[in-house]
Design a protein around this ligand. Sequence first.
Ligand code: NAD
Length: 436
Amino acid sequence: MRICVIGSGYVGLVTAAVFSDMGSDVVCADIDEGKIASLNSRIMPIYEPGLEEMVKRNMDEGRIVFTTDVAASIKKSEIIFICVGTPSQSNGETDLSYVKSAAKMIGENLNGYTIIVNKSTVPVGTGDIVRRVVISTGRSEEEFDVVSNPEFLREGSAIGDALNPDRIVVGAPSKKVAKKLKELYAALGAPVLVTDVPSAELIKYASNAFLATKISFINAIADICEKVGANVIDVAEGMGRDKRIGRDFLNAGLGFGGSCFPKDVTSLIHTSSILGAEFKILKNVVSTNENRIPHFVDRIVERFPDMGACSFGALGLAFKPDTDDMREAKSVEIINLLLERGAKVKVFDPVAMNNAKKILTNVEFCENPYEVANGADALILITEWREFRTLDMERIKSVMKTPVIFDGRNMYDPRAKAKIGFEYYGIGRGKGMEKE
Ligand code: NAD
């Protein structure tokens, strides 16, 4: 099948790579000339494990091409995936301008019956908006159909997620159109749930909002643990072993960030308020999340009241491990609060340094964790990269001014760190039994 993917970001590029790997001819089109030039020079514009090999393999075999000529790509394709950004506006409403402009280009250039698939995360009703934009370019209803096929991949494991999805959701206007999409995905052997278009659009927001709720829920439990000396990891384990609850997304920490959860939750709150069905739970999920960083920084200030005389080492900058994505990264909020209070901050991330340099100012970028620790009053673990688990903590301790760790992700075992002589502060971890 000839496929066009509009947008070559985290979702578009992975989608294009995976479809080409399954044997389709794919054109991946983007208006960002830098991204396309980089891809045509075989340099990935984003870090995503396994992506580079897959893209290069399919480039070599002639199944994937990259272009800025969106119009020509549309003309050649039977199925067009919209994978452009859908950022938040200041009132929480989703900015659909990129989706609308992609829809207009599709309307102006489609050539024969075409299925337009919206993979971007969009508020319920957007399928209809896309349909109306295409019609406004002079097209008739018979020339196209609009499908909602939300994406559930996670950055850092995007290729694996796209190849082995828990489910593929296809919101289609008819069985015939749904069948086309099922055929396209057949090689994955994954379960396909066919719904109407609005239900598919809502499934994506409901899923992300529910996961965000789990995170805020366990963080609220962590706050109680801190007050009573209980251990949130044991509480989460005890809850998670109940199959009805599940252990995933019950890790207390610094709250949810990244390019999806914050904007998707606020978008659903906005949609529900417009519809007169105010989503009170979600408003509290957001306010709990917004309190995470001020609460964490307060604990650092409590331990180091003379912040102006302090130097801190921040480990991990990306919004989560295995990605270079700095969108809504908690590191930025923490570091800016420390800088505002006069502290000096040294930073290191295994892959997000280039992106971080565009955002963070007045910090010292280091080559490795040991340089970050050198002379530091405390280490602050922000992103739980695997490689930070196996640091030589004796060496770290030997170069620090005071051996203090603020572990924002509960990555370390407090007892093991105490044995080496570290003063340890985790999230919601009491003084009870710790696993050795
Ligand atoms: P991104 O910002 O990384 O990429 C979007 C790309 O679209 C950019 O390269 C931009 O230049 C391009 N673009 C914008 N307008 C265009 C146009 N008219 N024609 C061609 N290209 C255009 O965004 P992303 O992270 O890939 O997210 C895309 C969508 O997928 C969003 O709706 C997001 O919510 C959703 N989503 C993202 C993830 C994720 O983990 N990043 C997961 C699931 C769903």
